[in-house]
Design a protein around this ligand. Structure first.
Ligand code: NAP
Length: 546
């Protein structure tokens, strides 16, 4: 093992040397640390910018923050002991409960002693002569390792739109992804929320209940399905405890890692009455499962139009003011071709007297002034602005690390035209770098812990196999990357996802970002098979050297 504080000849600086460095202490980094340290016996260390574990759940503390995956599926599945030792309280876990859960897991696995908190990585450089990665933190730390594993999440680089005048604003403004730990008091305030994605849709009902007045600035109208969150019953908790192995099998063998299977029927195969009954039942049950009632919601335009119409009609039925209802239901894309939000009282919120919605399609924001937001049609005086404007998804968190590979090639430059990887795991020119849930893998199209565990297990097996055979370097081959990128685009083109051009899946929410469909949409189960086959065939598509 490499573990020690030793001088590195090439740099003549003292670096802490490990077998593996992991960046990020969320679901992914924690499990990767456990796998490498406790299963393989390696010296592994995590660098984490926050002062605690949690990753996305450490930073996203905005009002109403809650996971859209059901709690019994949004947790580690690799350990029966962890599963049996924890009890979720609600159907969907709230941000504080997930943070408690991740602390519980970190303590059970005794992970914190191998995590440096408050260590923000600002550079990672591969040294070819040493076959080592050198990592620098903002705080002046210098670390080196044979393997570098990014566990920085896909949605962790806040996207703050460049709207003129933000510096002039005399009130307070916040981005939901970097929410103050002490919270924000909205009492008696005039609040503006910009953005109606999953985050805005969760935050808006909660903010409206506290604020004097809330103005929602909506650029693209969105669907949302009621979550129907509720405390979990004792019966359900018992069912989960007793059937966890089966639930886990379902999650691992489905397209998107949720604990239910997609029905094998077409929207077009059933009568209008039957279909309506199915949709109504799914609407009443709540949650993302509605999408799984038919197999062709995301592949057949007519099928998608029917579901979309059903959901648009619901908005008009809930929202009493016809002018507000018209703005909210004027949706220009098919259901679920952008990530579908689920909510608790979202559309009902617009029936409150203290809530207005402004369509930015009808009146674009011109600037932020000292006292509020100015659109092409008027001024909205505000005390607080909340930017629920999302993230520079998938590539943003990796670029923030300033990674450079062989010959000092910057990842940012290599991916100038969009991300190119083999299996979303490795990049040509960046040996021994693994990107957990990187672009080109199913990642954001799944229930994330399932995708994370699959990647961590694969990386762990790969490193174990390399050590057994005495190999010290692994790098994706250019041909394998070319082939994989073709596959990623081909499967995307078979769906309706690529028809909605303004989704963050395509990078469209960040001005200047290349429009490339980033995640692999061929399904988690199929992806798992492909990765396993690659490993079984001696890491086909990778160059392994001593
Ligand atoms: P998002 O889906 O990207 O939504 C951002 C919103 O801000 C959109 O309505 C967008 O409008 C708007 N926006 C962006 N830039 C703007 C600008 N310059 N002017 C006006 N409006 C602007 O971001 P998010 O809601 O934070 O969600 C991101 C992802 O995080 C989700 O899709 C989901 O995967 C994940 N998430 C998960 C959960 C959960 O499980 N609980 C909760 C929240 C988020 P356009 O649509 O026109 O771009």
């Amino acid at each position: 093992m490499l573990d020690a504080v030793v001088p590195l000849a090439a740099t003549s600086t003292n670096a802490r040397l490990y077998d593996a460095l992991i960046i990020g202490a969320g679901f992914a980094g924690m499990y990767q640390l456990h796998s490498l340290r406790d299963r393989l016996g390696l010296s592994a260390h995590v660098l984490e910018a926050g002062d605690g574990v949690g990753g996305t759940w450490y930073w996203n503390r905005y009002p109403g923050a809650r996971c859209d995956s059901e709690s019994h599926s949004y947790c580690y599945h690799f350990s029966d002991e962890l599963v049996q030792g924890w009890e979720w309280s609600e159907r969907y876990p709230s941000q504080p409960e997930i943070l408690r859960y991740l602390n519980y897991a970190a303590d059970k696995l005794d992970l914190k002693r191998d995590i440096t908190f408050g260590a923000r990585v600002v550079a990672a450089r591969y040294d070819e002569a040493e076959n080592l990665w050198h990592v620098q933190t903002e705080q002046g730390g210098h670390y080196a390792a044979r393997y570098l594993i990014t566990a920085v999440g896909c949605l962790s680089s806040a996207n703050l739109p460049k709207i003129d005048g933000i510096a002039d604003f005399q009130g307070k403004w916040y981005h939901t992804g970097e929410w103050p730990h002490e919270g924000v008091d909205f009492t008696g305030k005039r609040v503006g929320v910009i953005g109606t994605g999953s985050t805005g849709i969760q935050a808006i009902p909660v903010i409206s209940a506290a604020a004097k007045h809330l103005t929602v600035f909506q650029r693209t109208a969105n669907y949302s399905i009621p979550a129907r969150n509720a405390p979990l019953t004792d019966d359900f908790k018992k069912y989960v405890r007793e059937n966890f192995a089966e639930i886990r099998d379902v999650m691992r063998s489905t397209v998107n890692g949720h604990p239910w299977r997609i029905a094998d029927r077409s929207v077009l195969d059933v009568s209008d009455e039957e279909r309506n009954e199915i949709f109504e039942k799914a609407w009443e049950r709540g949650g993302l499962r509605l999408r799984a009632e038919f197999r062709d919601v995301l592949t057949n335009e007519e099928a998608n139009r029917i579901v979309s119409d059903f959901l648009k009609k619901k908005i008009s039925q809930i929202v009493k003011d016809p002018a507000k209802a018209a703005i909210l239901s004027d949706i220009d894309h098919g259901f679920a071709t952008k990530r579908p939000p689920i909510d608790t009282g979202y559309f009902e919120t617009y029936n409150r007297d203290n809530v207005d919605v402004v369509s930015l399609r009808a009146e674009a924001i011109e600037r932020i002034t000292a006292t509020g937001v100015k659109t092409s049609k008027g001024e909205y005086p505000l005390d607080i602005i909340v930017f629920a404007t999302g993230f520079d998804a998938m590539t943003g968190p990796l670029f923030n690390l300033n990674i450079s590979g062989r010959g000092d090639m910057a990842l940012r430059d290599v991916w100038r035209e969009g991300p190119r990887s083999y299996l979303g795991l490795q990049v040509v020119g960046f040996p021994n770098l693994f990107t957990i849930t990187g672009p080109g893998s199913p990642s954001v199209l799944t229930n994330m812990p399932v995708a994370i565990e699959q990647h961590v297990d694969w990386i762990t097996r790969c490193i174990a196999d390399m050590r057994k055979s005495g190999q010290t370097r692994i790098e994706a081959k250019p041909d394998a990357v070319d082939d994989w990128m073709v596959q990623v685009q081909e499967v995307a083109n078979r769906t309706l996802f690529t028809k909605t051009l303004h989704s963050w899946y395509l990078g469209a929410n960040v001005p200047g970002k290349p429009r490339v469909f980033m995640p692999y949409i061929g399904g988690m189960a199929r992806y798992r098979r492909i990765c396993d086959e690659v490993a079984d065939k001696g890491y086909e598509g990778f160059a392994l050297t001593r």
